[in-house]
Each structure stands twice: as structure tokens, then as C-alpha cells.
Design a protein around this ligand. Structure first.
Ligand SMILES: Cc1cc2nc3c(=O)[nH]c(=O)nc-3n(C[C@H](O)[C@H](O)[C@H](O)COP(=O)(O)OP(=O)(O)OC[C@H]3O[C@@H](n4cnc5c(N)ncnc54)[C@H](O)[C@@H]3O)c2cc1C
Length: 240
């Protein structure tokens, strides 16, 4: 099951994606992620098991009682393409490791920017959130404005490069929050659960929520089915 997960890529937003680059334990070891967690808790040899029922029971016990360090024995490494508006929030999670595409080294392409399908309105009772959508006519106009804004910025970017300006400075002309960047990022299952709890929640911004949900549905759940069940039971249900 987990074998096919490495290399799997899921498209997100208009031009983003998330791809699993590596997983620990690697599927070639034939030790499942759930078993690696159980074995770490038993400080045992990889592959040793006390049978499915006892293993599963122990894993649920660990998460229920916040004995979280065994969950740090499982790691996920992703390549992610996301707009800056998403990264801006993602990098606040200090327990992830990151390495980013360099806008100082690689020039941007004309289409490297996020165009939302719909423009959400400001929430009436939460100053940080959005709710509902603008009408169709306004939606079309705002999208055309964003594209025009980006094209203008990109022209200025190219003109600055043509004038001999460095890439690290020319990018000041690009519209910051919508530009797509690609990063490689790694996290363990304990800290990934923390991220998912916060970023799959309704109060998280849509542009990060879709990435968190994709990680959960396409990678976390298939790689760690018991942990996902325990996570839903003991962590998601109790989120305040
Ligand atoms: C809905 C929402 C709205 C937000 N709004 C804002 C906002 O308006 N402004 C803003 O600045 N941020 C905002 N944030 C970001 C938020 O404050 C956190 O920075 C972010 O969610 C990362 O959480 P974390 O620190 O728990 O995660 P991580 O950095 O991954 O840390 C995981 C856990 O490790 C521990 N830890 C890590 N580093 C330390 C440390 N140095 N000292 C002590 N313990 C540590 C903590 O227990 C922490 O919970 C928002 C987040 C959400 C989900």
C-alpha cells in the first residue's frame, strides 16, 4: 500500500501540488508506519510485533495518553508547490524542515502565480476569516484585475532583469502573496498531526487548508491507518 505512495503527486489549487518524496520507515523495509510507532514504544527490534490486536491497542493507548515521542519515529518528506500566501502560514510551524526554491537563483515564469476560482468575502464576525463569495460579475472582474496586475508586475520584473538588475531584487516587482514557490519539506508524524489539527480546521485559511487536507487524505491516512483512526478519535474530536 505505502509502496505506491512514494512518488505520488496530488494537484492542489490552480497550479500547486504536493508530492511524497520519501517515507520513514521506507516501504522496502516491510515495516508499516503504525508498527514502527508501536515498536519504538516497546524499544524493540524493527519488525517485531505482538500481533495486530495488541499492536493496535498499544498505538491507541499511546495517542490517548499523549505519549507522543514514538510518533516522531515516522517521517514524511514532501515536495510542495504553493503560493506565498500558503507558505507564509506553513513556515510558522517550526518543527518542519524546509528547503526552498531560490528566487535569487531561478527566474520566475510568467504564469507562476495563483488565481483563485472564487473571491471570498470578508467574514462579518471574524476579522481574520472569510465567508461566502462575491457575485459572478465581481468575481470575473477581480480575476481579470489580478491577472493584469501580475502581467504588469512581470513586465517590470523582466525589464529590471534586462537592465542587469539581480534576480534577488527584480522579484520585488512580482505580486508577493500570489507567487508560487516550490519547497522540499520534512516532518515527523507527531508534529504533522499538530499541523493537521490546526490547518485542516475550519478557521484555517482555505489556501493552506486544501494542502493540509490533501496531506491527510492522500498520504497520512494511507501510510498510517491506525494512527489516523486514533487521531480522529482523540485529537480531531477534542479540538476546541
Ligand atoms: C487559525 C490560525 C490563525 C493564526 N493567526 C495568527 C496571527 O494572527 N498572527 C501570527 O503571528 N500567527 C498566527 N497563527 C500562527 C500560530 O500562532 C502559530 O505560530 C502556528 O500555528 C504554529 O503553531 P505552533 O507554534 O504550535 O507549531 P510549531 O512551530 O510546529 O510547534 C509545535 C509545538 O512545539 C512547541 N514549540 C515549538 N517551538 C517552541 C518554542 N520556541 N518554545 C516553546 N515551545 C515550542 C509548542 O508546543 C508548539 O505548539 C495562526 C494560526 C492559526 C492556525
Amino acid at each position: 500500500m505505502t509502496d505506491s505512495l512514494i512518488g505520488k503527486r496530488v494537484d492542489i489549487l490552480d497550479k500547486g501540488f504536493i508530492e511524497l518524496l520519501d517515507l520513514m520507515p521506507h516501504p522496502a523495509t516491510d515495516v508499516s508506519g503504525d508498527l514502527a510507532i508501536v515498536n519504538a514504544a516497546r524499544v524493540s527490534f524493527m519488525g517485531e510485533s505482538k500481533g495486530e490486536e495488541k499492536d493496535r491497542k498499544l498505538l491507541f493507548y499511546l495517542l490517548r495518553n499523549q505519549h507522543t515521542s514514538p510518533f516522531e519515529m515516522v517521517e514524511f518528506k514532501f515536495r510542495v508547490r504553493a503560493p506565498v500566501v500558503t507558505w507564509w502560514q506553513w513556515v510558522r510551524h517550526r518543527t518542519w524542515n524546509f528547503n526552498a526554491q531560490s528566487g535569487r537563483y531561478t527566474a520566475f515564469e510568467e504564469t507562476d502565480y495563483y488565481v483563485p476560482d472564487v473571491w471570498r468575502k470578508q467574514s462579518a464576525n471574524n476579522k481574520q476569516a472569510s465567508e461566502g463569495e462575491v457575485d459572478a460579475e465581481t468575481n470575473t472582474r477581480l480575476t481579470a484585475d489580478l491577472i493584469a496586475h501580475y502581467e504588469q508586475g512581470f513586465k517590470l520584473y523582466e525589464a529590471a532583469l534586462a537592465a542587469g538588475v539581480s534576480k534577488e531584487m527584480a522579484r520585488l516587482y512580482l505580486p508577493g502573496f500570489s507567487v508560487y514557490y516550490t519547497w522540499v519539506t520534512k516532518v515527523d508524524a507527531h508534529n504533522l498531526m499538530h499541523f493537521l489539527r490546526l490547518r485542516m480546521a475550519n478557521d484555517a485559511q482555505y489556501e493552506i487548508r486544501v494542502y493540509a487536507q490533501a496531506i491527510y487524505d492522500h498520504f497520512f491516512k494511507p501510510a498510517l491507518p491506525w494512527t489516523a483512526e486514533a487521531f480522529e478519535e482523540y485529537i480531531l474530536k477534542t479540538k476546541d
